[in-house]
Write a protein that binds this ligand. Sequence first.
Ligand code: AGP
Length: 590
Amino acid sequence: MCGIIGCVSDKDCCGALYDGLKRLEYRGYDSAGIAVLGKTLSVCKKKGGVSNLSGFYAAGGTGIGHTRWATHGAPSDANAHPHTSGGFALVHNGIVENYAALKEELEGEGEVFSSETDSEVIVKLIARYFEGDFLGAVARAVGRLEGSYAIAVICEKFPGELVAAKKKSPLVAGEGRGGLFVCSDIPALSGIADYIAKAEDGEFVHIAKGEINFYDRALRPLSKTFFRTQEELRGAAVAGGGYFMRAEIAEIPRALSDTLSSLEDKDFAPCARILRGAKRMFAVACGTAYHSALVFRDTVEREAGIPVVCHTAGEFRYRPALVGPQDVVVAVSQSGETADTLEAAYLARSRGAFVIAVTNIGSSTLAAAADFTLVMRAGAEIAVAATKSYNCQLLCLLYLAAQLVFFKKDRFPDWFSALSSLAEGASAAMDCFSETDRLADCLKKARAIYYLGRGTDLCTAREGALKVKEIACVFAEGYPAGELKHGSLALVEEGFPVICVSTQKNLLKKSENALAEVRSRGGFCVLFSQYREALADSCAQFSCLLPILPEPLMPVVSVIPLQYFAYKMCIERGLDPDKPRNLAKSVTVE
Ligand code: AGP
């Protein structure tokens, strides 16, 4: 998604803005731009990477920057931000849903637009409403907007000042040695801002006279607490060298260990009564996080006997949800800023449900919206493809499931004590990497791959398929092994790759039957299992031995070779795993 940054400093801010945009790159983007206010306003904006701006320099301590992920109008120099009008320059993250009507109105008044974006209407409105009061003009303009926005605005008439506003898209303000900042997210301010405060919907940030001030929608001053940024988010965000995705896979054991320690310190008393009384639960999330929610559903239904309805958050929002006051809704999101997941959490709360958030960012909007929050300690995840956060989400959700079992049955499940072996198990799963290298070499030209699983292994299969689609751009489908012969088998022909994950003893034979069906049609079968006998008895042409852990914990480790396989496939196909085509890390619009 788009990322915005703004800076007011005593020194020239061009370099700080450029570095900030580099740190925002991970969110996903297709063009970038900077505006600096010196004696006049200088703007440089280009289609493509932030590095296209490296030749730009303008003196001045006030500026804004943007990474654009195109929604309205193709990626182009003209559509890139900042947009300017009447001495104002603006960057915007979000979608102005009523932009067509506003544009028509402004064109009727003689305005000429130079881009196809929805964002340009905002700066035109600000310029129209300006009567000497910078903050007032921005407030009046955003009062006309429907949809979502985080904006940062500078004005030629106000050197040393910046106004920002937010609704539904994230915005933080930070104080650091290099100046005063506004930004789309905390990781992007790592290393430059030591103290951060978050803006809430409808609020304004005004940087002037060396101070950051917050105002509510009626422009009454607000008092905000600035908090210190989390150490782990800073460290990881500035780590460099190689690909972030590879580094983040390598970090999984450390991330699991830290997450478990933080869970062990967590006091579940505030939700004990609710969990004890839970008769039905919902789990909502998007993408990879949704796959961890599926594992949660399976685990809770099997171990605690509580039915769990699992929805992608985008669907949950628009279904005639049965959710009500007796329900517990678990919302899972690495970033804690995914628009659909947030709206699902708000909807659940508005209906009286108790919302538990599982997120990597303790200061995120989702954490603030929830009744109870489990924060994983994965550290900053920069690669667009979620890896270590998935393993940590699974750990959090398994831990939560174990608490539910305890509250319902007065005992923890047998596997609870084995959670402490997960970090070691994750390291052991990496022993599969050299075989996985060979597999990627073998399949690098594949046009499509099926991933099969049964029971909880189906969640892992789905996540494996998502990863390879996302970064290696290979069509893949995660499919229930038993369903193959009900349709999808039709596509299997000579050499068609089918990867099967089989970690549940009672389902080994069933998975093997599916592979046999594939093999007899000429398919290329791959099997991942921790059971030697399953590998020995299999018809698979390629197999890989996973580490042994209690079966309910296997999803945390069995996915690791699949994450790595997707990474290797991506490298083999000459693609950049950290910047997948068309995708953004943080999906802050619907
Ligand atoms: C994962 O590899 C994807 N980038 C994507 O599916 C992601 O998991 C999804 O957008 C949800 O993000 P969140 O966990 O930050 O809410």
